[in-house]
Design a protein around this ligand. Structure first.
Ligand SMILES: O=C(O)COP(=O)(O)O
Ligand SMILES: [Mg+2]
Length: 229
């Protein structure tokens, strides 16, 4: 039985990848799950204040995994990664001529930069410094290892006291590969990155928010029953 649904934000709850407008249909359908007793949690690279605000105002009760796994909230706020070093941020920004995400003022461990394209040079630089590096398609992210959605999702599931098999996760980008490692059912929206689709148990027909609606309909119609047992 599914008890907890983890959803990514950018590219998943939005109307499409690359835009910020949230799909109202996706929210409406996720609330139907909440009414049936399935908790919804936001698992994203966005900062804690942004996600905590959305979580409350959108009517979700499953909590939040912010900063790509580094900050977890469910009844209490827990930081699970090492705080970032300002000098490293400066070096990354200068060396690769990047722009800070406006949310960097509100971040502790994982920081975001644009443009969102990762290069081989960046990966090499991050490896040498023991840093996690990834792209959500919206922003480049760096944090001290261990980081990534894996560490935060593991903590959130522990706080809920549910089994991995009772958790379903939906996403669109490479950062969601880390979420997939910790959930029983892995779902990719129709317009997700090919690499994520390869790892998914379910690939939706529809893109982003419409895909979320498609998945919720499947859950409510009992189409996933048995899959998680
Ligand atoms: O880059 C971001 O902060 C957005 O990431 P998300 O797709 O995990 O919501
Ligand atoms: Mg995303």
């Amino acid at each position: 039985m599914i008890k907890l649904l983890l959803t990514d934000l950018d590219g998943t709850l939005t109307e499409d990848r690359g835009i910020y407008k949230v799909s109202l249909d996706a929210i409406k359908y996720l609330r139907l799950l909440e009414e049936r007793g399935i908790k919804v949690a936001l698992v994203s690279g966005n900062s804690y204040p942004v996600l905590r605000g959305l979580h409350n105002y959108l009517g979700f009760t499953g909590g939040v995994v912010a900063e790509n796994g580094c900050i977890v909230f469910y009844k209490q706020k827990i930081r699970v990664c090492k705080p970032m070093d300002r000098q490293i941020l400066e070096e990354f920004r200068e060396k690769f001529k990047l722009k800070d995400s406006w949310q960097n003022d509100y971040r502790e461990c994982d920081f975001g930069f644009t443009p969102p394209d990762i290069t081989e040079d960046m990966i090499k630089w991050a490896e040498e410094k023991g840093l996690y590096i990834n792209s959500s398609g919206y922003a480049l992210h760096i944090a001290f290892k261990p980081a990534g959605k894996t560490v935060g999702v593991r903590k959130l599931i522990e706080l809920h006291g549910v089994k991995k098999e009772e958790v379903i996760g939906i996403g669109d980008s490479l950062t969601d590969l880390d979420m997939f490692k910790e959930v029983g059912i892995k779902v990719a929206v129709g317009n997700a990155e090919e690499e994520l689709k390869k790892e998914a148990d379910i690939i939706l027909n529809l893109k982003s928010g419409e895909g979320v609606k498609e998945l919720v309909t499947m859950i409510l119609e009992g189409k996933l029953d048995g899959r998680d047992r």
